[in-house]
Ligand binder design. Structure first.
Ligand SMILES: [Zn+2]
Length: 208
């Protein structure tokens, strides 16, 4: 297994809602923390149950070992209710603060409208930032359906259990989140890539 970043690498991950990052990229984010990177989990909005879901997002970030930042937490918000220029302005601020070497965001192939908007805002906010960019799909169902993913696989064999624990931290969502599907998908991606467990990413920009 190769290390993805050098010492003190900086990683910035954008998720539209609490739990998207844990489901889509939790294994890789936890691995990057263990490899010495400074990881920021930027949750764009909390659509409902503001206090509870903010606490769950914090608990998920704590399991992964990253720093949580909620971009719009003044009130319950859906991403599609935020004007794109305001979305990009806040993304700009986070990118400026974190100066990332690697950014991880939603895929354009994601069928959830809010997730697609976060992809657009991420690409826009990175217009002057040289960094690598990976995209994820945040549900096992979408991953299973998508032919676009799988250009790039991350070995998460040693962080799969942390990923599952980070998803479980979202207690209000656990009835909707099928933990076994996450495990099965990681195994399936592992079989394709030759790891025990893996997450699939779309490589939007990679410097080699
Ligand atoms: Zn979401």
């Amino acid at each position: 297994m190769n290390r993805l970043l050098g010492d003190n690498g900086r990683v910035l991950a954008f998720g539209a809602h609490p739990d998207d990052l844990e489901v889509g990229a939790g294994g890789l984010l936890a691995r990057l923390v263990r490899e010495g990177a400074e990881v920021t989990l930027a949750v764009v909005s909390i659509p409902n149950q503001l206090e509870q879901r903010r606490a769950e997002a914090q608990a998920g970030a704590d399991v992964i070992g990253g720093k949580l930042r909620v971009l719009f937490d003044e009130r319950p918000t859906r991403v599609e209710d935020i004007p794109m220029h305001e979305l990009v302005r806040r993304f700009d601020m986070v990118v400026g603060d974190s100066r990332p070497d690697l950014v991880i965001t939603h895929s354009t192939h994601d069928l959830h409208w809010d997730h697609g908007l976060v992809n657009r805002a991420t690409v826009s906010a990175l217009r002057r930032t040289p960094c690598d960019l990976l995209a994820f799909l945040s549900s096992p169902e979408m991953n299973a359906q998508s032919r676009a993913m799988g250009q790039c696989f991350a070995d998460i064999t040693h962080t799969l259990e942390l990923k599952i624990r980070a998803i479980q931290a979202h207690t209000s969502q656990v009835p909707k989140l099928d933990l076994e599907s996450s495990r099965d998908l990681a195994r399936a991606m592992g079989r394709i890539s030759g790891y025990e467990y893996a997450e699939a990413y779309e490589a939007l920009r990679v410097r080699v």
